[in-house]
Design a protein around this ligand. Structure first.
Ligand SMILES: [Fe+2]
Ligand SMILES: [Fe+2]
Length: 280
């Protein structure tokens, strides 16, 4: 028997099982290119298929993963602080690569339009680029990914929602990635003040592309609500309360959230300073 060509879900699992960050993201980008070539009819056909993804993605030996309260805090105005910030973003991006491939590998048995797979492959490809941009910035400052400890527990949301696609969409793109839209402009300002153009440009790419990831989340969340005849806002509140531990933190980037299809009545009622909305 000859080897069957790898399905998309198997390719996703292969990325999840690759530990080294640069290798993981290179493989991720190759699989994304192969998928889009298949979709355009210019490369071998790739089926969506199914796979058994690992419960935890493979991770490099470094960085050491610590509980968030044990990760040393550094002043953002210092060189060490800026390196720590870039390192934290690199860590988030690497997790995001795995999160986007995981939604494909873990839920490919759910019948979904092809556009669902296109969106998450594109998001995974962009996260791979983001990780490499952050690594390049760290290396330009004489550091590297793995040089500092990083937050443990970033995979918690994936574990909690391993059997709930709507829960996954609610918590990962629509809460966690939406939070990225809130905090990235402030980060860009820190690097602009320090005149670190490479980091400013990299973070601007990340900021622009993350709007799309949140939008994919809200698109497919709304699609599933429509398919199941559910009220999106109510289900969103219920799922975030079930799977997300803690309140959402204002200030919110209402403009970019709106661009991504997240209306204020989705997130304000979950905020730690819940605000009365007109008419609510
Ligand atoms: Fe990203
Ligand atoms: Fe993202």
């Amino acid at each position: 028997m000859t080897d069957q060509p790898q399905t998309l879900a198997e390719r996703a699992a292969e990325v999840l099982n690759t530990a080294d960050g640069r290798q993981k993201t290179a493989l991720s980008r190759r699989h994304a290119a192969a998928w889009f070539a298949s979709r355009a009819g210019s490369g071998p056909d790739i089926e969506t298929g199914t796979a058994s993804p690992p419960m935890h993605p493979a991770r490099p030996e470094k960085p050491e993963l610590l509980h968030p309260r044990d990760v040393p805090k550094r002043k953002p105005g210092s060189e060490a602080g800026r390196i720590a910030l870039l390192h934290a973003v690199a860590h988030i991006e690497l997790n995001a690569v795995d999160l986007h491939w995981d939604i494909i590998a873990r839920f490919s048995h759910v019948p979904m339009p092809m556009g669902f797979f296109d969106d998450w492959v594109k998001a995974a490809d962009e996260e791979s680029k983001h990780f490499n941009l952050m690594c390049d910035c760290l290396e330009a400052l004489g550091s590297h990914y793995g040089a500092l400890p990083a937050h443990a527990g970033m995979w918690r949301a994936a574990e909690d929602t391993a059997e709930d696609l709507m829960g996954r969409l609610a918590v990962v793109p629509m809460v966690l990635e939406a939070r990225g839209l809130d905090v990235t402009p402030g980060m860009i300002e820190i690097f602009r003040k320090a005149q670190l153009t490479q980091a400013v440009e990299a973070l601007e790419v990340i900021y622009a592309e993350e709007v799309g990831h949140v939008a994919y989340g809200s698109k497919w969340f709304n699609f599933l609500c429509g398919r199941n005849n559910l009220d999106p806002k109510e289900v969103f509140h219920a799922l975030v309360r079930k799977y997300f531990h803690g309140a959402l933190k204002p200030p919110f980037n209402e403009e970019k959230r709106a661009d991504a299809g997240l209306p204020p009545d989705f997130y304000w009622p979950l905020a730690d300073q819940a605000r009365d909305l007109p008419g609510s």
